[in-house]
Design a protein around this ligand. Structure first.
Ligand SMILES: C[S@@+](CC[C@H](N)C(=O)[O-])C[C@H]1O[C@@H](n2cnc3c(N)ncnc32)[C@H](O)[C@@H]1O
Length: 253
């Protein structure tokens, strides 16, 4: 029997089983992913993502990596924040070909493909050399990886010394009343919308359950420090429904 070392929603599963199931979830939701984001968050995900870009503050002629890039929302926002004639390179990396191809098709349709490089790869074993990037971003991706600490170590490895790590992720709402409203919405409404729009209530039930199992704000800071990040900090948005964590790769002698 395989060890159950990680979680898939509320279930404890092996690393391999989580990879398999998460792959199926995103294969299933890929065609409806962008629409579902707008419906589930009432458009708020756009604001959260814009705030993430403000934390990154992309500078011209940089090298940027967006991991768990999905359909490319963050990478395309990074590009938009840079001057038009800029020479920055922006890499999008995701393990799921269905999410990447949905995103690339949309980008192609909108004529927004230059300076973007789409790479199919795993956050836990990134296909990039050490010290490659000025900034690493991951939005709503970290809770889907099987080995959080490994993904953080990989993020640190591919960053240049002094490079910036920024994570946007669902987090913990502290206020008890707001928390119960939010949970009622998340557990009862989101899977129903998922069933209606994407014909897959289970996938959206997983997304909600995975939020509950993900380390809260200060615990994620502790994981980041353990992985070798310095100047670790976070800011809550929308009462802590999401949090923006950031840290810098410091050299350890
Ligand atoms: C909720 S989506 C986020 C997409 C995008 N970042 C956004 O904010 O819209 C999560 C993405 O994480 C990807 N993912 C899950 N585990 C991964 C891993 N180990 N390595 C790379 N990508 C992974 C999934 O394929 C999926 O595209």
């Amino acid at each position: 029997m395989q060890d159950k070392n990680t979680s898939f929603g509320f279930e404890d599963v092996s690393f391999e089983e989580k990879v398999r199931r998460v792959t199926n979830v995103f294969k299933s939701v890929a065609p409806h992913y962008d629409l579902m984001n707008d419906l589930m968050s009432g458009g708020l995900h756009r604001f959260w993502k814009d705030e993430m870009i403000k934390v990154v503050r992309p500078a011209p002629a940089g090298r940027y990596l967006d991991v768990a890039a999905g359909t490319g929302d963050i990478a395309r926002r990074l590009k938009k924040a840079l001057p038009q004639d800029d020479t920055s390179e922006i890499y999008l990396c995701d393990r799921n070909p269905a999410m990447l191809s949905t995103g690339r098709d949309n980008a192609l349709d909108q004529g927004d493909v230059d300076r973007l490089t789409w790479v199919c790869g795993d956050a836990e074993a990134l296909p990039f050399p050490d010290d490659s990037f000025d900034a690493y971003t991951i939005a709503f991706g970290l809770r889907n990886v099987s080995r959080l600490d490994l993904a953080l170590q990989e993020a640190r490895r591919v960053l240049k010394p002094g490079g910036l790590f920024v994570c946007l992720e669902f987090s913990k709402v502290r206020h008890p009343l707001l928390r119960s409203f939010y949970q009622a919405y998340a557990f009862h409404i989101i899977p129903k919308v998922g069933a209606l729009v994407a014909s897959d209530a289970d996938a959206y039930r997983y997304l909600v359950e995975s939020i509950e199992r993900f380390p809260e704000q200060s615990l994620l800071c502790a994981h980041m420090k353990d992985a070798g990040f310095g100047r670790v900090t976070y800011k809550n948005m929308t009462f802590g429904i999401v949090a923006l964590h950031s840290g810098v790769k410091i050299e350890t002698k």
